[in-house]
Design a binder for this molecule. Sequence first.
Ligand code: ATP
Length: 285
Amino acid sequence: MPLVQVKDLVVEYPGPVKALDGVSLALEKGEIVCLLGANGAGKTTLIKTLSGLVMPKRGEIRWHTSRGACPRAGVLLEGSRAFYWNMTGWENAMYFSALKGLPQQGLEAHLNDLFQLVGLSEARHRLAGDYSSGMKKRLSLLIALVGSPELLMLDEPTAGLDRGSVLEFENYLRRVAAEEGAAILCATHKLSFAFTVASRIMYLENGRLRSWDWENVLGRHRRAMFLLGGALPEDRAAIYQGHLRGLGENRWQLEGATDDPQLFRVLDALISEHDLHLLQMYGVD
Ligand code: ATP
């Protein structure tokens, strides 16, 4: 049975803005689901709704967890307000452990492991407000991971992390999913990250979930073609010469071998730095 089942979720903000428009999905234990989509597609709103921070206008959320509708959840939202700047990293970790009701027994060892994991052991007794932006991101991640959650919801978890930290983090996510059976939902703009860790990739567009057969395309084809939409100035497009072809009317085609990491780096750059969005993908051999 899935950990959570969502049916026909509709979320509207004043404006009115329909941020989610009939989203249905299920999250299974042990799977890593990556959620892609352009800015404003509704990714953060989906995570906030599942976290109980935003009330849906319509729809149903059914939980099948060890604590009913209150799963042991860890949430990482965007921004740097996930902890108290006037406390040390360690004090923050102790505080959020207490909020989550973690028992004292074994707590110190658990937190030491987490500080080790996010590479903040040396800095754990420094004021969190004095951390660099990458360190603040790591501490936010640590707080989401406190208490070994059965459901982890992470909004842009790799933003601001250096390459080595991203690799370590990818390994960690795979481990908590495989060994602890946690369900992980990650909103990301990084396709290379999604293709590396995800057991399933979903794509949100204007509040609607689109499902493409990523596995079929990337797992079974040697070459893939991505169709992208959006404005890209000529001089920018020239940087990606050899990979990217303009089709006119703000349509772009990117083609390459599915085992070529460069292809995904170009995709990442086009989507996160130049604001293009993915329209479709095909296997082309
Ligand atoms: P990004 O990739 O930029 O983080 P996102 O996919 O996470 O985007 P959301 O933050 O969920 O997108 O926003 C979905 C839509 O809802 C957007 O049109 C946004 O402007 C709107 N929205 C989000 N939060 C609010 C709010 N508090 N009040 C009004 N509108 C909002």
